[in-house]
Design a protein around this ligand. Structure first.
Ligand code: ATP
Ligand code: MG
Length: 307
């Protein structure tokens, strides 16, 4: 087996326990342990695996861009202090910034509320050849909007779109949208950084105690924390209904930052490996032109002073 195939296999095996099988009923927090770290992996093994993942990502991103036919969308969801920013920073550290587009989603603007709820996400989708990362995503529409129904009230929906069954309807619409994207060349992969309540408490305290981290803290985060159980329920329902064969959810244990980063890198690398983008074959005519250009360049007299 060649080197890439061996690494690909190792990655596929590693992420398998994190994937939510379509149709599985998920109950958080009991179904996924935020402190899980595969086979008691040490941080040192982990760093090596992260390097493997990042190396593969860089190579596959070059291919994806050269092929210019398909795109990849990675959606990242987490509760506050879940580590989305750090994960993006580490996972994308080896790739060409021109091939990646990161979009964050905050409270919707008046203009955004004036459209259907998927509009603002559709506007930020990656183009062909690109990797798009959503730092928060259309899943906020079944998370924060569900936990705090006043958000739904602001969306100016007609009665039939906000009444009974609204969440089931949204799950279906989101699944359909992702299927449409997949069918047209855009692979969607979803990562939930699963943080424990205690680890969130510690991270908030650190943000308060360490002056350089103060800017990251907001009293609103502690207010959101009061809805912890409602969020766990909303996440459980979301995972149960929107992990599909074409766009699976992965639940990544997030209490150890280093482990979460390895997982996210491995999941993205796995997605690209499965896509297997290819450098285009330029064809006979283009090869002929290359040969002519080469001849012309070689016939020039080399300038002195260049080694
Ligand atoms: P940071 O890590 O910097 O805190 P963040 O993603 O938490 O990043 P914030 O500006 O703190 O950014 O928070 C954005 C807020 O916007 C979150 O509380 C999120 O739940 C909220 N939000 C996102 N999408 C929606 C939506 N569709 N409706 C209502 N609120 C939303
Ligand atoms: Mg925040």
């Amino acid at each position: 087996m060649n080197d890439i195939a061996a690494r690909a296999k190792r990655i596929a095996k590693f992420i398998e326990p994190l994937r939510v099988e379509p149709g599985r009923k998920v109950r958080l927090p009991k179904d996924f342990d935020p402190r899980y770290k595969a086979d008691l992996m040490t941080k040192k093994d982990g760093v090596e695996l992260l390097r493997t993942g990042i190396g593969l990502l860089a190579e596959y991103q070059r291919r994806l861009a050269a092929e210019d036919t398909r795109g990849v969308l990675l959606c990242l969801q987490a509760l506050d202090a879940g580590g989305k920013d750090g994960t993006i920073r580490h996972v994308m550290s080896g790739v060409n910034p021109q091939g990646v587009q990161v979009s964050g989603f905050k409270v919707p603007s008046a203009e955004e509320l004036d459209h259907d709820y998927l509009w603002r996400y559709a506007k930020r989708l990656p183009g062909r050849g690109m990797i798009g990362i959503f730092n928060r995503s259309h899943y906020e529409e079944v998370l924060v909007v569900r936990v705090h129904p006043e958000n739904l009230a602001r969306q100016k929906l007609p009665a039939e779109a906000k009444g009974k069954g609204v969440w089931q309807r949204r799950y279906r619409e989101i699944n359909d949208w992702e299927r449409h994207l997949t069918g047209n060349g855009f692979t969607v992969v979803k990562v939930f950084l699963n943080l424990s309540k205690e680890e969130q408490r510690r991270r908030f305290l650190r943000r308060i105690d360490v002056p350089e981290r103060n800017w990251k803290f907001s009293a609103a985060d502690v207010r959101e924390r009061r809805s912890w159980d409602d969020y766990q329920k909303a996440f459980s329902e979301m995972l149960s209904h929107t992990s599909t064969p074409w766009a699976p959810w992965y639940v990544v244990p997030a209490d150890r930052k280093w482990f979460a980063r390895i997982c996210a890198g491995a999941i993205l690398a796995h997605t690209l490996i499965e896509l297997d983008p290819q450098y285009p074959d330029v064809g006979e005519d283009a090869r002929h032109e290359l040969a002519l250009s080469k001849k012309e360049l070689e016939q020039e007299t080399p300038e002195a002073g260049h080694d």
